[in-house]
Design a binder for this molecule. Sequence first.
Ligand code: NAD
Ligand code: TDX
Length: 369
Amino acid sequence: MTDSRQRVYLVTGGAGFIGSNFIHYMFNKYDDEIFLINLDKLTYAGNLKNLSDIEKRDNYRFVRADICDREAVSKIFKEYDVDRVVHFAAESHVDRSIKDPEVFVRTNVLGTATLINCVKEAWQKEDGSFLEDHRFLHVSTDEVYGSLDEPKEGQEPDYFYETTPYDPHSPYSASKASSDFIVKAYVDTYSFPANITNCSNNYGAYQFPEKLIPLVIHNALSGKSLPVYGDGKNVRDWLYVMDHAKGIDMVLEKGKPGETYNIGGHNERQNIQIIKTILDTLLELLPEDDDRRGNVSYDLITYVTDRLGHDRRYAIAPDKIKSEIGWEPDTCFEDGIKLTVKWYLENEEWVKDVTSGDYQKYYEEMYEN
Ligand code: NAD
Ligand code: TDX
C-alpha cells in the first residue's frame, strides 16, 4: 500500500528505453518519497530486466497491461490515488511504422485517447474542475514538426519552436502528432491538467538496438556492416536520456498546466558523424586484448537505400523550458556517448537477450536490400 505522504506516479511504457531511465532517475532522486506504478504491455521493446534493481522496492509496482484496455487502466485509478501520470507508452520506431503503420495508430492514437479518458474520469470533480495538484504529462517528439532545411551559407539556421506548425511525415510522427492533438483537445475543452513535451533524439543505456546509436555499437562489435541511409548527411539533435528524464520531472513540478515545452540540448550531428564518433569511442575504450576490438573497422560503413520520406534535419529550440523552468542539460555529447558506449560494452548479455528471436527476423527483413 502507499504511504499517505508519498506522491503516486503512474508511468506508462516504463519498461522501454526512456521510461526505464526515467524510473531510475525518479527513485535516485526521490527514493521513498514516491510510489510508482509502471504500466507496460511488454511488446518487443519492453524489457523488465531494465528494472531488475527496482523490482523489489516496496514503493514500486509493475502492471502488465495495454493502454488501450480501458478496464485495466481504470482499475489502477480505483486502487491508487494517482497524482501524476507520465505517458511514454508508444510504438516508437520510424522504420517499423513505414512497414506496419496500423499498430502505431492503435497504440499511439487510440491508446492515448483511452488512457487520457480514464484519467479524466478519475480526476474530474462534479463541478467539472480537476483535483488540485494533479498532472498528466504526454511525452512526445520533435518529429511532429516535420523537417528543417540545412542552413545555407551566411543564413541563420531554423529551429523547431513550440509555435512551429505541425507537419509530420512518417506514420510514426503522424500518430504522435495525432496523440498530441488529443491531449491539446482535452486541455482546451475540459481544462484538463496536462503538459506535452516534444523532445529530440535520445541516446543512452537500455535503448533497443534497432535505433541508430545502439545498432551501430552492436554491429561494429560483431563485425557487421553499419547501414547508412541515403547520403548519411541527415541531421538529428541528440540528448542524453537522463537529461530528458530531468526535464520531464521539472515540467511536472514547474510547468504551467496546458503548456507545451520543447526539450533539446542544441547538439546537432549528421548521421555519418555519429557513426564515426562511435567507432572512435569503441577503439578508445576497448582494451588491446579484447577479442571484439579486431571487428571494429571504418570499412564496415555501408551506404544503403534511403528511408522512405526521410526527414532531413531536426533541431530543437529549448528557449522556453530554459527561461520558464530553468532546465538545462547536464551531460555534453562527448561525455554522454562515452557513457553509452561503455554501458553497451559492459552489458552484452542484455543486447543478446533483446536481439534474439523476433528482432533477428525484423533485422533480416529490414536490411535485406
Ligand atoms: P520504446 O519503444 O523503447 O518503449 C516503448 C514502451 O512502451 C515499451 O516498454 C513497450 O512495451 C511499451 N508499449 C508499447 N505499446 C504499448 C501498449 N499498447 N500499452 C502499454 N505499453 C506499451 O520507446 P522510447 O524510445 O522509450 O520512447 C518512449 C516515448 O518517448 C514514446 O512516446 C516516444 O514517442 C517518445 N520519444 C522518444 C524519443 C527517442 O529518441 N527514443 C524522442 C522523443 C520522444
Ligand atoms: O540503420 C540505420 N541507419 C541510418 O542511417 C538506422 C536505424 C537509422 N539511420 C538514420 C535515420 C535517422 O536519420 O539515423 C537517424 C536516426 O534514426 P533512428 O535511430 O531510427 O531515429 P529517428 O528516426 O530519428 O527517431 C528517433 O528520434 C525521435 C526515435 O526513434 C523516435 O522515437 C523519436 O521520436
